[in-house]
Design a protein around this ligand. Structure first.
Ligand code: NI
Ligand code: MN
Length: 226
């Protein structure tokens, strides 16, 4: 699998012949200023929750690319109101079968509304089970005991977790989360975008290493093999 990072919590994963874009936030994303977003051609867009730093470019990218959008039922209703028809609603539970693999919606301890104030349902994480390996997109979340359920469903090759603190887990809680989900390879997101979520990345990577884990921090625009 290949993972391309666009800064903040926006990234795409190439798996089983499909490109899945997560939480498109380019407008206002200081890391995305120099990226040519027209080059991003997703087959799917998964949305963890409604906040603007996860959905600012959702409608535009969905309309431009025709990608199938997947998120909470309320996110899908909002998309339809905004003229995006190609969308699949889900919620906690599943699994939902797609042509690249299966996806479960799992708990994310956070909140969820759109910038226009409309309700966006429960915030979600996603557990992907695919022929190329399993992975977890935590979404914006605090550390939660529910993460301990994830190894019942998947043997994770890697997990994408927020590490910036303040609104979400910080690196210390992400290490606990990695233990909970039984995965030693973590891609850190949702950090250093603004001062309120600034972290010491060298210390975070050293703390992960001391716990026998790897914290991958790709540069915006960089593609890594996961
Ligand atoms: Ni959020
Ligand atoms: Mn966020």
């Amino acid at each position: 699998m290949q993972l391309t990072y666009y800064g903040h919590a926006t990234l795409s994963i190439r798996v089983n012949g499909k490109t899945i874009l997560f939480d498109p936030f380019f407008t206002g994303n200081p890391f995305a200023k120099d990226l040519d977003i027209d080059k991003i051609k997703p087959d799917y867009i998964f949305i963890t929750h409604g906040h603007g730093d996860h959905t600012a470019d959702l409608v535009n990218v969905a309309k431009k690319t025709g990608a199938r959008c997947v998120g909470a039922a309320e996110v899908v209703s909002w998309l339809k109101k905004n003229g995006v028809e190609n969308a699949h609603p889900m919620n906690h539970g599943g699994p939902v079968l797609f042509d690249f693999g299966k996806v479960r919606g799992v708990n994310a301890v956070h909140s969820s509304s759109f910038a226009d104030g409309s309700y966006a349902g429960n915030p979600l994480g996603f557990v992907f089970t695919t022929p190329e390996g399993d992975f977890y997109i935590a979404g914006d979340t605090a550390l939660t005991m529910d993460m301990q359920l994830i190894p019942l469903w998947a043997q994770l090759k890697f997990a994408v977790m927020p590490i910036g603190g303040n609104y979400t887990m910080d690196p210390t809680d992400a290490i606990h989360a990695a233990d909970f989900v039984k995965c030693n390879k973590v891609v850190g997101v949702h950090y250093n975008t603004w001062p309120i979520i600034a972290i010491d990345t060298e210390k975070a990577q050293a703390d992960f290493a001391a716990a026998g884990k790897q914290l991958l921090l790709p540069e915006p625009g960089e593609t890594i093999v996961v």
